[in-house]
Design a protein around this ligand. Structure first.
Ligand code: HH2
Length: 270
């Protein structure tokens, strides 16, 4: 991963029948592989493969089923493209199988709640994403509550990042993520996005994943996630200005343009 030009783009590859924005579109292995190649050609610097939807209300998928969905896609992409692949999982068996298949990064929405995942990342020396979530996907959007969402997410992520370092993961390989939409109201999401610079100020690299999420639909009135591209672009531009290192998005080629322009402007004003 090269951050010399600024922020980079992580493309979302959901090998699922039920993801909130593209469920079913890339459930078929061949279609998933094609989409991965398309995202790489569009300028993705990382491809994040997920085999379980974590949308609000989603039910967990067994490790075997996730492995069956993700591994053939990772193996094929590893051979066809040069872009690093990350596995979006909180399950240690799924992570192990994905790393064997050629993934080189772990994206954990539970921020190493299973310590074995921390051990695995340290042993294999792969980067990890630690994300903040209140509750769990099945129930997280019922009534999210915080005294101070920014402070609480920051404190949680700092604790988990320190733990990750204790596992033996290099600081430079740890990414923290406020977890947009994970146990958050519209107001919470906006506060987190407005204060991304505070996450950057921790010294850990920051990843953010606002792409096509429902808070954008609430603001713009766009019901269909695929109509939320411009709304997503606004969040991406703001995130880069705050110093975020990775944006996790669905519309890779379009967001790569946004990222290139904002990166260039950020350099010129430095
Ligand atoms: N968002 C989703 C999934 N994984 N990982 C990180 N680190 N940050 C995020 O914001 C994040 C994530 C949800 O988006 P998507 O994968 O498109 O949907 P689904 O969970 O329904 O598959």
């Amino acid at each position: 991963m090269n951050f010399s030009t600024g922020c980079i783009v992580m493309g979302v590859l959901n090998v699922t029948p039920d993801s909130f924005s593209d469920g079913g579109q890339f459930f078929d292995t061949d279609r998933a592989i094609k989409h991965g190649k398309r995202m790489a050609a569009g300028g993705a610097a990382i491809i994040d493969v997920g085999a379980e939807s974590t949308r609000p209300g989603a039910k967990p998928v067994s490790a075997d089923e996730q492995i069956e969905r993700a591994v053939p896609v990772i193996e094929a992409l590893r051979k066809k493209i040069d872009v690093p692949i990350s596995i979006d999982t909180y399950n240690v068996e799924v992570a192990k199988a994905a790393l064997e298949a050629g993934a080189g990064m772990i994206n954990d929405i539970t921020a190493l709640s299973d310590e074995r995942l921390g051990g695995l990342a340290a042993e294999r020396q792969v980067p990890v994403v630690l994300m903040h979530m209140q509750g769990e996907p099945q129930t997280m959007q019922i009534e999210p509550k915080y005294d101070d969402v920014v402070r609480e997410a920051l404190q949680f992520l700092l604790e988990r990042a320190k733990q990750a370092e204790q596992f033996g993961i290099d600081k430079g390989k740890i990414f923290i993520d406020p977890g947009i939409g994970f146990g958050k109201t519209l107001e919470h999401n906006l506060l987190l996005l407005k204060n991304l610079d505070e996450f950057v100020a921790t010294g850990y690299r920051v990843l953010v994943g606002p792409s096509r999420k429902s808070f954008i639909g609430k603001i713009t009135g766009k019901e269909k996630p695929s109509d939320r591209v411009f709304g997503t672009a606004a969040t991406v531009a703001l995130a880069i200005t705050a110093g975020v290192s990775i944006v996790r998005v669905h519309d890779v080629a379009k967001m790569v343009d946004v990222v290139k322009v904002v990166n260039a402007m950020s350099r010129n004003s430095a």
